[in-house]
Design a protein around this ligand. Structure first.
Ligand SMILES: NC(=O)c1ccc[n+]([C@@H]2O[C@H](COP(=O)([O-])OP(=O)(O)OC[C@H]3O[C@@H](n4cnc5c(N)ncnc54)[C@H](OP(=O)(O)O)[C@@H]3O)[C@@H](O)[C@H]2O)c1
Length: 337
């Protein structure tokens, strides 16, 4: 059995990770942490019957685990990841702390200096559909953000085939459920503010998920600077849909566009491409760990790709467990389907 600890089990992604891992046939859960609820049980915080004790982060027995899931806010994750790596433990970090390879860029977007720039070169950005071989080898997995997962899955086939027009904008219009903002309440996520509303926020190139998308698009040979990203908050608990408008450098027929997506993801267990004529909706993936895509052909040089994930599933905990499975060489879908 692979021994696992979860940092931040009281939060949404930590709880979701724990919900998968407690039933995972290759995993023994060793510890789960919370600062505010240390000493309580998970059943005191969520409507579940699992008597899993919550311990403070400082008491986590790193010498008794093979891997940890860090489900902490950015900034708070850094020292925990550093301690785990010093203890020789493999890390799956769900925060943004190890996603950007450039420490200066991290400081620019997150307003704090990076505490472990040397570890950034060790970290692997974990989208298994794009870089499974590197995920397999790494000891420090930077799990992608939810919005970047939905947008990058939509762009990957075109980037891989070098079909995107490098001079044209890539427009990603994205919608997220409120759990994307975490469990701690705020005015923005207050029921009265969020309910019956649809709010754009940090639109254009100002959301913190922009640099990791730009970085990944560039790593795949594209022009990430052309990305225009507009996230929206929708009044649902969980779910995410990105509608991505792209221009192509060469003509592509409708059938070739559909084939490109179908073939790129044909062997992928966690990504499905809908047949021509169907559109991906949030309902396709809510409470699953899948990504579901649809391709709409406008004309030979213009496509619209709809990309659906659950922000806590393929957008966070589901992808984290998928990466964990790849890292530990067990069946990639174990615990997820
Ligand atoms: N929500 C999503 O859809 C989503 C998707 C992808 C990635 N992420 C990323 O995943 C991470 C966790 O997000 P979340 O939505 O699960 O947040 P959350 O619901 O607010 O949970 C945060 C967790 O971190 C703990 N925590 C907060 N501050 C801490 C500190 N200073 N030291 C130690 N522990 C601390 C909290 O513990 P206590 O409150 O119990 O003390 C809680 O367990 C974030 O980095 C987020 O950006 C979230």
């Amino acid at each position: 059995m692979i021994k696992v600890g979860i940092f931040g089990a009281s939060g949404y992604t930590g709880f979701e990770s724990l919900a998968i891992l407690r039933k995972h046939p290759a995993v023994e859960l060793v510890f789960a942490t919370s600062e505010s609820a240390a000493g309580q049980k998970l059943s005191d915080l969520y409507p579940v019957a699992w008597d899993i004790p919550l311990i403070p982060l400082a008491d986590a027995p790193l010498d008794r685990v093979d891997a940890v899931f860090c489900c902490l806010p950015h900034g708070a994750s850094m020292p925990t990841v550093i301690a785990a790596r010093q203890a020789g433990v493999r890390v799956i970090d769900l925060s943004a702390d190890f996603r950007l390879t450039d420490a200066q860029l991290y400081q620019k977007w997150y307003n704090v200096p990076h505490e472990a720039p040397a570890l950034l070169s060790e970290a692997v950005y974990g989208l298994p559909e794009i870089n499974r071989a590197r995920v397999r080898e790494t000891n420090l997995l930077a799990n992608p953000g939810c919005y970047p997962t939905s947008v990058l899955l939509a762009l990957y086939p075109l980037l891989k085939a070098k079909l995107l027009d490098p001079a044209a904008p890539i427009i990603a219009d994205s919608k997220s459920g409120v759990s994307g903002a975490g469990r701690k309440p705020s005015l923005k996520t207050h029921f009265v503010e969020a309910n019956e509303n649809l709010s754009p926020y940090n639109i254009g190139q100002s959301h913190r998920h922009v640099p990791e998308m730009v970085q990944t698009i560039a790593n795949l040979g594209g022009n990430g600077e052309k990305l225009i990203f507009s996230p929206h908050l929708v009044p649902i608990s969980r779910g995410m849909l990105s509608t991505v408008y792209v221009s192509l450098a060469d003509d592509l027929s409708a059938a070739a566009a559909q084939n490109l997506y179908t073939e790129t993801y044909a062997a992928e267990p966690m990504v499905q491409v809908l047949p021509t004529g169907q559109l991906a909706t949030m309902a396709h993936t809510q409470r699953t760990h899948l990504g579901v895509l649809s391709v709409t052909w406008l004309h030979p040089r213009q496509l619209i790709v709809c990309s659906s994930i659950d922000n806590l599933g393929k957008g966070a905990a589901g992808q984290a467990v998928q990466n964990f499975n790849v890292m530990f060489g067990v069946e990639e879908t174990l615990g997820l389907l």
